[in-house]
Design a protein around this ligand. Structure first.
Ligand code: ZN
Length: 270
């Protein structure tokens, strides 16, 4: 599943290819994604210039003068920019043609992704009530400490909750807890402020390194130019069940928390 680093990698890949271009045509080939692609989208966006592409949590916002196309990659989505008229591939559900003979295409085999419209000066409900961005200044150990008081929920599930911090998905939650030396089983309400400060630095560090490597390709994530992400080679615990710990002589363990796999070293994560 594309997580924050993969979405940010996609944003950075798209930026030089689409910003400043005018949309000349829009084709919806399959409107049934996680939510229906609004049928007015072509009429609403054709003829408008793309001013910027930004990211909030795992949503990409293609910003025009009259609003934004809000896109989500779901479980298996990717976006590519191809020469206009290139043969349409299976699962390419939405095409946005630009004024330089290129076309942006949303490819999503499992159809959990989205392409929605957000009017100027409005905020879609799904973008409301989101916690702090981990790579912005608003994110801190103090905030996590404050949000976690009185909570019995384990710390891994806690940092994967978008209300506490956005975009820390399953892979990066396991990796960040390993770097911080915190067991994923620990109750979030019992973790000290000092350890939250360490965890905050670990989350920032892990996400930043993953973005530098173009994200993590476990299954089928591809960057805008069709390359896999290379952070998979740098993973310390994720997908490493029964393998030796990279830091001590322990062995990586796999457990299930909140229906998701967690990987950790019982020896150096306390
Ligand atoms: Zn270890």
């Amino acid at each position: 599943m594309p997580e924050l680093p993969e979405v940010e990698t996609t944003r950075r890949g798209l930026e030089p290819l689409i910003v400043g271009r005018k949309i000349v045509a829009t084709k919806i080939h399959q409107k049934q994604l996680r939510w229906e692609i609004p049928s007015h989208l072509p009429k609403t966006i054709n003829g408008h210039k793309i001013n910027s592409i930004t990211r909030r949590a795992k949503y990409l916002l293609v910003n025009l003068s009259n609003g934004s196309v809000v896109m989500h990659l779901g479980m298996s989505g990717s976006i590519s920019v191809v020469p206009s008229g290139a043969k349409l591939k299976k699962h390419q559900h939405l095409e946005i043609e630009l004024d330089n003979n290129t076309t942006m295409r949303l490819h999503d085999p499992r159809r959990f992704g989205a392409a929605l419209w957000q009017k100027q000066n409005e905020t879609l409900n799904l973008l409301k009530n989101l916690g702090p961005e981990p790579l912005n200044d608003e994110f801190s150990g103090d905030i996590l400490y404050k949000f976690s008081r009185g909570k019995k929920q384990n710390i891994k599930t806690f940092i994967m909750d978008n209300a506490n911090v956005v975009g820390v998905g399953n892979i990066y939650a396991s990796e960040s807890l390993f770097v911080a030396g915190i067991s994923p089983k620990r109750a979030s309400g019992n973790v000290s402020k000092k350890r939250y400060q360490k965890l905050t630095r670990s989350i920032i560090d892990v996400l930043t390194r993953a973005i530098e490597k173009g994200g993590t390709t476990i299954n089928d994530f591809k960057t805008v130019d069709g390359q896999p992400g290379y952070f998979s080679q740098s993973l310390s615990v994720y997908n490493r069940k029964d393998m030796p710990c990279k830091r001590c002589d322990g062995t990586i363990k796999k457990i299930i928390q909140n229906q998701r796999a967690s990987y950790y070293c019982p020896k150096c994560q306390r």
